[in-house]
Design a protein around this ligand. Sequence first.
Ligand code: HPA
Length: 273
Amino acid sequence: MIDLDFKYKDLIAYVKKEAPFGPEISIILGSGLGDFAESIEVIKTISTLELPSYPRSTIHGHKGSIHFAESGKKKLLLFQGRIHFYEGYLLSQCILPAYISELLKAEYFIATNAAGGINPEFIPGDLMLTTSFIGINLKKEIAELTGIPDTIKKQNFINFPSTELNKIIRQAAISENISLKEGVYWYNKGPVYETPAEIKMAKNFGADAVGMSTVPETYYAAMRGLKTASISCITNYAAGISDQKLTHTEVTETANKVKSKFERLIKRTLSEI
Ligand code: HPA
């Protein structure tokens, strides 16, 4: 087992010293929600560059900031820019947003991301609430971080994603008149998009959307007892679902278009927690 508290002792001291409050809810701002912090009241921002041991984002358009913010009366921790496994980082680094959220005793953990739509009923611009994840190839590595005996003991009790939080998100979508799709998120380690054959396989295995993030940190958060959920912005048809060639530009363009819908869904969710 990797002793994260030892590995991150300087980071822990820094976060504890700088945190203006203990947040109730943590959110990872993925594509489409990158500007969310600008639409709410930010109390304090920490640049991830100042945070000991925190990896630098190498992805264009991913900022490295952690915001302490408020929306309504809710105290929030926002991670602007995430750490991807395909950037060459270790899983023990990818889970840092969840680790910091637990450190500061957040009760809820919401991850947002961009994903390719596999389900033929999904169109770019849709939002999808994750009902389950396919990320089997990461389980052992995450268990090495949370502790193998503990993982085995907890496996029958883990609620991932959180039934309670998913119910709140569904209700928020209804209240905001947002059509919210639901489905299974398939994790591809990346960094390259899938082949049409891989998407066909994933579809046969029951996947509705595919992405290269979220599973490491959400699975870790859920194992550590945070109520965890994930929402995807379907930015494109997954490979082979349409004839169009997939590009990162298409992903960011669609994400920008759904920005206001995504922000409304998150704000409403926060007010209903
Ligand atoms: N595949 C993997 N990751 C993604 C995609 C995709 O089609 N779209 C956005 N992120």
